[in-house]
Design a protein around this ligand. Structure first.
Ligand code: HEM
Length: 486
């Protein structure tokens, strides 16, 4: 069977030797015409002792590439892929040696399965490091393995059932507040739901909680609101490559930290083992191999990571889902019909998969190769930072027919492949909250489609904008509400 009808079949025998998608002129997100399909050409990858030529370098200069990488990753990815194919390099001010960018599933597989010693994550060098410090997201090697083991249980499939009621309640509360005739930024509306869900899971806080809890919620919202201002974008740039926050970010974080630390202190003082089930309470009971409890600082880093990694990503994914749906009446019509008829399971899931394929909120993943590494006929030297171009990989016409077309049907009855559909990354760094995120996406997509009718406020698709490591809808997925039912 060929790759296009089975997205995980990366080993499909190939007849074509081409390496570039039939790409379009203009912005990638405005492409509407079908762009065709091809067979995937396998590309061997992994550590090697044999020498080989380095990946071709894509222009322009260091500074321009750095700015483009921060502001217009789609352009860097699609243009590089069109010019050079599966693997190429760019020079930036982030590293002395060129970064390598790959979009081939065989390359991705080699990086995801290599293990932490050979291909560690580079999340520790991302803009999140000054904010969350050392946490499961930012450390590597043995400390990462230990932290991940500690945090896995509350995110396991069965544990997620506990959050389901909370997800449904928060979704219903939000939809009940919508008024026909008004316009909303759906990503912001979804963020209220995902923030409620994560605050409840992590701190056991709900919308009725006490004073310290409400203060923490408030401070977190303040910091998030601040993070979209132009000043914050400047601080983000200034904080890049530092391990401590500076400027506005430092000020906002100090405020938030006081609230987090006060809550941790109160919970520690009143803690009765086994009494509460939130993640903070579970971590208070945890001891390391030497019998030591986590310090307040360690708790703060892990909890803040979960809250920050766990709610904006999901909210913007919901935003993108409806940004796509309201511009694709056939898919939107079918979704509404099926959810209202009560027979929705397959199509809701297909819509979520297709939305995360066409608009992955994390468009780039980072790994560092700790050995010389073969990527097809090219070899990158040990120590190179390799970026996986999730966005471009999801738009390869040798993996997906007409990849620029929004078509949930392609996922009906088809399980997405672990190296061809990678919005949650993969390997030992795969998103810890993926099951929770899918439960939230599923419930919110179903309930919004079932209870409301939405309309696009402009025919033109929303351009993506880049914030920290995420790609979010440029107008927050603005829609007009035309009806709401109970
Ligand atoms: C649609 C929503 C989400 C998306 C698209 C997403 C995406 C990602 C991606 C791409 C990574 C990096 C994976 C890699 O490098 O291979 C990641 C890591 C992570 N995510 Fe998510 N995420 C989402 C929701 C969540 C939620 C709800 C939580 C938690 C409550 C969460 C917690 C984390 C954590 C802790 C990590 C670090 C894992 C590690 O390095 O071991 N994420 N996520």
């Amino acid at each position: 069977m060929c790759a296009r009808s089975r997205p995980d079949s990366v080993g499909c025998m190939a007849t074509s030797t081409g390496t570039s998608t039939a790409l379009h002129q203009g912005h990638w997100w405005e492409t509407t015409a079908p762009t065709g399909s091809r067979e995937l050409v396998p590309s061997p990858a992994g550590p090697t002792d044999e020498p080989g030529p380095p990946p071709p370098l894509d222009g322009p200069g260091r500074w321009r590439q750095t700015v483009r990488l921060a502001r217009d990753q789609g352009r860097v990815l699609f243009e590089g892929f069109r010019r050079h194919g599966d693997i190429y390099g760019i020079t930036t001010v982030l590293e002395k040696r060129p970064l390598a960018i790959t979009t081939h599933p065989d390359h991705v597989k080699s990086l995801f399965t290599a293990g932490p010693a050979l291909a560690p994550s580079t999340a520790g060098q991302s803009q999140l490091r000054p904010i969350v410090g050392d946490s499961v997201l930012t450390v590597t090697g043995e400390p990462h393995r230990r932290k991940r083991k500690l945090l896995m249980p509350p995110f396991h499939g069965k544990a997620i059932a506990r959050y389901q009621e909370q997800i449904e309640e928060a979704t219903a509360r939000e939809i009940n507040s919508w008024r026909p005739g008004s316009r909303i930024r759906l990503a912001d509306a979804a963020q209220k739901v995902t923030l409620d869900v994560i605050m409840s899971g992590v701190f056991g806080i709900d919308h009725r909680s006490g004073e310290l809890e409400q203060l923490l919620r408030h401070r977190l919202r303040q910091l998030l609101a601040l993070s979209v201002s132009p000043f914050a974008r400047l601080s983000e740039l200034v904080s890049m490559r530092r391990s401590e926050p500076v400027g506005l970010q430092k000020w906002g974080l100090a405020h938030l930290d006081r609230a987090v630390m006060a809550l941790i202190g109160e919970r520690r003082a009143k803690h009765v083992p086994g009494e509460r089930h939130d993640i903070l309470s579970l971590l208070l009971d945890t001891r390391d191999e030497d019998g030591q409890a986590l310090s307040d600082g360690e708790l703060r880093n892990e909890l803040l990571t979960l809250v920050l990694a766990g709610h904006e990503t999901t909210a913007n994914s919901i935003g993108w889902t409806f940004e796509r749906l309201v511009r694709h009446p056939e898919s939107y019509g079918r979704l509404r019909e099926e959810t209202r008829g009560g027979d929705d399971e397959g199509y809701v899931e297909a819509v979520v998969h297709e939305s995360m394929r066409s608009r992955p909120v994390v468009p780039l993943l980072g790994r560092r190769v700790m050995a010389d590494w073969r990527f097809g006929d090219r070899v990158v030297p040990k120590g190179t930072r390799v970026l996986i171009g999730v966005l471009a990989l999801h738009h390869r016409d040798d993996l997906y027919d007409d990849p620029f077309t929004f078509a949930p049907e392609r996922f009906l009855g088809v399980k997405p492949g672990s190296t061809t559909w990678i919005p949650f990354g993969g390997g030992d760094r795969r998103c810890l909250g993926a099951t929770l995120a899918m439960a939230e996406m599923h419930t919110m997509t179903r309930e919004i489609a079932r209870r409301t009718d939405l309309r696009a406020v402009s025919a033109a698709p929303e351009p993506p904008v880049h914030r920290n490591v995420t790609m979010i809808p440029g107008r927050g997925a603005t829609v007009e509400i035309t009806s709401v039912t109970s």
